[in-house]
Design a protein around this ligand. Structure first.
Ligand SMILES: NC(=O)C1=CN([C@@H]2O[C@H](COP(=O)(O)OP(=O)(O)OC[C@H]3O[C@@H](n4cnc5c(N)ncnc54)[C@H](OP(=O)(O)O)[C@@H]3O)[C@@H](O)[C@H]2O)C=CC1
Ligand SMILES: Cc1cn([C@H]2C[C@H](O)[C@@H](COP(=O)(O)OP(=O)(O)O[C@H]3O[C@@H](C)C(=O)[C@@H](O)[C@H]3O)O2)c(=O)[nH]c1=O
Length: 296
């Protein structure tokens, strides 16, 4: 089976490529210049040429703060571009597995969000991703949208890498302790997406289609996440770094983020039988891999 993935250098795309052999699938990554989500005309020819059995739509404009001042570009990539990928999937005749985000929610719920909860993005990025979900749904019925969150890996840019970089030169890092969510390993997402792709390609059951929440088990604040990252790094020889637990008000950013974006994975477990590992175990794995690759 050949899975074609948009977003060549992205965390999820790179993780899919790394797991392909182990899962006995072919993963083909595509990206700019031949596939540019901001240029809708480039999308069908680039994807059709790769003859996919399934398309994983993982490319996105993910710079949350920058998106506040680049609204047009964020929407052209995350909404128009995502819709065009879905339309291409329909034209080629293959399912589309699309990645979305916890930032589609406003964060006012006290418990974990389920798939049917009301959305209400607080940021341009969240709004552009929500519009992307709507366009994917409108373009192709043969789709699965996976909302994930707080993604980390050895690839690309992410909070885990930011913390390890800051920890190289500081003894204390200040991190918000009043935003809650589910840290999720890109490697765990990739393994789940491969399993889901195989199912969806071979099974026309409508219950496999629609929106699913796909996050690491457990929950954390960003400060908890940072503390665990530094604890893991300490086990691999890095010097101790303390986390100064601050509030959102102490750390002003251009984009507003939800105070609670915990996502319930129950639907995914019931329908696909997939549960991701606990975020703490996967974080340790990612820190180990990253520090080993840096020779620490
Ligand atoms: N990162 C996170 O914390 C979370 C991510 N998600 C979603 O999961 C998906 C995968 O995320 P992740 O792997 O972290 O993303 P990354 O930010 O790591 O990678 C995104 C990729 O998209 C590419 N891209 C951006 N703009 C375009 C464009 N115009 N045309 C083609 N490619 C483009 C980027 O290319 P380049 O490198 O050249 O910029 C990059 O390769 C995305 O849909 C994201 O919204 C959901 C929740 C959390
Ligand atoms: C770097 C840093 C961030 N923070 C805060 C800011 C923010 O509230 C929170 C996370 O910051 P970041 O900017 O690293 O993460 P952010 O870009 O908000 O991450 C998001 O990315 C997009 C793509 C998603 O879809 C989301 O699920 C989520 O992962 O931590 C600190 O308190 N201290 C710090 O030193």
């Amino acid at each position: 089976m050949r899975i074609v993935v948009t977003g060549r250098e992205g965390q999820v795309a790179q993780s899919l490529a790394a797991l392909a052999f182990e899962h006995d699938v072919e993963v083909v990554l595509c990206g700019r210049p031949e596939l540019d989500l901001a240029d809708a005309r480039s999308i069908y020819p680039a994807l059709a040429a790769l003859k996919p059995d399934a398309i994983v739509s993982a490319a996105a404009y993910t710079a949350v703060d920058k998106a506040e001042s680049e609204r047009e570009l964020a929407f052209s990539v995350n909404a128009v571009g995502a819709g065009a990928v879905a339309a291409a999937g329909k034209q080629i005749g293959v399912p589309v597995l699309h990645l979305s985000t916890d930032y589609v929610f406003d964060g006012s719920k006290s418990g974990a969000y389920v798939e049917t909860d009301r959305t209400g993005p607080r940021s341009v990025y969240g709004a552009s991703k929500l519009e992307g979900e709507k366009r994917v749904t409108a373009e192709i019925s043969d789709h699965a949208i996976f909302r994930t969150a707080w993604v980390y890996s050895a690839y690309g840019h992410n909070f885990l890498k930011t913390m390890l970089r800051l920890g190289e030169t500081r003894d204390t890092v200040s991190v918000v302790a009043d935003q809650w969510g589910c840290p999720t390993s890109a490697e765990d997402i990739a393994a789940a997406i491969i399993v889901a792709s195989k199912r969806i390609v071979s099974d026309s059951d409508p219950r496999l289609r629609g929106i699913f929440h796909l996050t690491g088990s457990g929950e954390a604040s960003w400060a908890d996440f940072a503390e665990h990252i530094f604890a893991c790094a300490g086990r691999f020889g890095r010097h101790p770094v303390a986390v100064n637990r601050i509030t959102t008000a102490d750390y002003p950013t251009p984009a507003k983020r939800p105070a609670n974006s915990r996502l319930s994975g129950r639907k995914l477990e019931e329908i696909y039988g997939i549960t991701l590992p606990h975020w703490q175990a996967s974080t340790e794995k990612a820190v180990r891999a990253l520090l080993a690759s840096q020779g620490s």
